[in-house]
Design a protein around this ligand. Structure first.
Ligand code: SF4
Length: 304
């Protein structure tokens, strides 16, 4: 089943990635998010139409012979990959053949409250979970989860998982106009994220046609909302054609900015004018700043 494997894809967030689709035939998800890139579908609580573990491992073995220098193998699905019934066996099989390549999963976070899922995901190098909102009202409207899935339980599951997980935990927020784009929602997200303690937060908005009639927000609004996530490693997904206004920062201002929140290389390259970039480089040379790589994204941080 060659459609199980896709890529390699060069991703700004994780590097050179080979994807594994655990639901190649149809959408099987326990969410029906308004912004989904796949057509809307009835939610399910388990995936039944899936490739076998042997089929996935054979396809992966074949792909690994062709593609070298991969940074990550990404477990994903047309839907939710943790609904794959033999996930534990599959993860063990991939770990046996992946060598140095990191193993990543992209999950909507719905099953993280389940300790057996936590056990499986603990074996991965990078776990990326979605958390679009904190308030139950927003979660219900935006992510449209299967009956019985509650946002409060997901948040508690994420906190418990973080406590035991030694790999890199990334949380993704996708911002939708008129739904989770409020200051109140982001202040609540900021508080909860400080409790979950992910290594990185990816903030983005809709950039491909969504399943339902919803719109993304402007990059300016995204930046304003992201600025409420204080002291966290925030990685903003800029649209390809975004032309930002370059700003000037002296050394003191750069230190202040980075003390409030580490900035990714991409943020700096897009928003700093030339003189500010020189100031930043001087601070690096003076060892006032250092670079930290989190799940493939470099951030500038202040030496404390
Ligand atoms: S969790 Fe992912 S696959 Fe499922 S509906 Fe939401 S966006 Fe689509």
């Amino acid at each position: 089943m060659s459609n199980i494997i896709f890529g390699p894809i060069t991703s700004r967030r994780f590097g050179q990635s080979l994807g594994i689709d655990l639901s190649p035939s149809s959408k099987q998800c326990n969410f029906d998010c308004l912004y989904c890139e796949l057509k809307g579908a009835k939610t399910v609580d388990k995936a039944s139409d899936v490739p076998s573990v042997t089929a996935v491992l054979n396809a992966l073995n074949e792909a690994l012979l062709k593609h070298h220098n991969l940074d990550v193998i990404t477990l994903t699905a047309n839907g939710e990959p943790t609904l794959y019934p033999e996930l534990d066996t599959l993860v063990d099989g991939i770990i046996k053949i992946k060598k140095e390549t990191k193993l990543l999963i992209l999950s909507n976070g719905s099953t993280i409250v389940d300790t057996s899922i936590q056990n499986i995901l603990s074996k991965l190098d990078i776990v990326k979970l979605s958390l679009d909102c904190v308030s139950p009202k927003c979660f219900k409207k935006l992510d449209r989860a299967h009956k019985g899935i509650e946002i409060n339980q997901i948040i508690e599951g994420m906190k418990a998982f973080r406590k035991r997980y030694l790999g890199e935990l990334v949380v993704e927020i996708l911002v939708v106009d008129g739904l989770n784009d409020t200051l109140d929602e982001f202040k609540a997200l900021n508080a909860v994220l400080h409790e979950i303690k992910p290594d990185r937060i990816d903030v983005g908005t809709i950039d491909r046609p969504p399943a339902y009639e919803v719109k993304g927000v402007s990059i300016e609004r995204l930046l304003e909302l992201a600025s409420l996530l204080e002291g966290l490693h925030v990685n903003i997904a800029y649209k390809k054609n975004y032309i930002p206004q370059k700003r000037h920062f002296n050394e003191e201002e750069i230190l202040e900015l980075l003390k409030r929140r580490p900035q990714s290389f991409e943020d700096i390259a897009l928003c700093f004018d030339e003189q500010s970039l020189e100031n930043l480089n001087s601070l690096v040379e003076e060892k006032c700043l250092y670079v930290k790589n989190i799940a493939g994204v470099d951030f500038y941080k202040v030496v404390l």
